[in-house]
Design a protein around this ligand. Structure first.
Ligand code: UDP
Length: 230
């Protein structure tokens, strides 16, 4: 089965560093389990551990679009670290970027992505959609649709799924096992960008929300929260 995984940049950080060794080790263990089960894996990587467009937009004369391009470059940096880490652990991987940078990595071409996947390589999608005003959440839904993924696994840091409020800040937050896209949008839950949820709803893509530590168990019914595309 083709699976896509959305990893936020912060999912890579640990021990006060942009990249935590134990985090990368744990993530590659999760990926290895899914590969051994015969799944094809695409990863959409964020950049938040290095840079987010909104951090600089409007400051120092930097325009929003410039800031977003810097954010996309942050995702490429993360993708390269992930690729080399995976390869050091004998997980064959390729980086496909939405912004062409031929000295550094391959460009995103859907058929090429599928070819790599068929060969058992992990495909890491870098530079988001290659366009400002988007985030890697929306990219994760779009890439999932384009490469024919059956499910998008959104891996979260420190939470096991969807809650009524941020469980790290609000003790009364309740866990939600299943929810529709429409309910997320109506209730304004901060699960993923509204654009991402809208795109998943329109195109009937199932999304599973799990903690990073449970990526390999994401297909189990009892693990995480499910977003139903209605
Ligand atoms: N970004 C963008 N277009 C995209 C994907 C990302 O402009 O298609 C920029 C945007 O500035 C964003 C940054 O790249 O803040 C990093 O991505 P994101 O915030 O999604 O990373 P995450 O929070 O998942 O680590």
């Amino acid at each position: 089965m083709i699976l896509t995984i959305k990893l936020s940049g912060e999912g890579l950080s640990g021990d006060g560093n942009k990249f935590g060794h134990s985090r990368l080790h744990m993530i590659s263990d999760q990926i290895r389990i899914l590969l051994d089960q015969g799944h094809q894996i695409g990863i959409v990587i964020g950049g938040g551990n290095i840079f987010r467009g909104k951090d600089l937009s409007g400051n120092l004369g930097v325009e929003r679009t410039t800031a977003d391009y810097i954010g996309m470059l942050a995702t490429v940096q993360n993708a390269l670290v992930l690729r080399d880490y995976f390869e050091s652990r004998e997980i064959e991987s390729r980086v496909l970027s939405a912004v062409s940078m031929p000295q550094i990595c391959e460009s995103f071409i859907p058929k090429r992505a599928n070819r790599h996947l068929e060969k058992g390589r992990v495909v890491i999608f870098a530079a988001g959609l290659g366009a400002p005003y988007f985030t890697t959440d929306t990219c994760a839904v779009q890439r999932s649709l384009e490469i024919g993924a059956k499910i998008l696994i959104m891996a979260k840091n420190g939470v096991e799924g969807i809650y009524t409020a941020d469980p790290k800040k609000d003790l009364s937050a309740r866990f939600i096992k299943d929810i529709t896209c429409t309910e997320i949008l109506e209730q304004g839950l901060a699960v993923a960008d509204a654009a991402a949820i809208g795109l998943a709803k329109e195109n009937k893509l199932h999304i599973k929300i799990v903690s990073v530590e449970k990526i390999s168990e994401a297909l189990l019914l009892e693990v995480g929260s499910s977003i139903i595309p209605r």
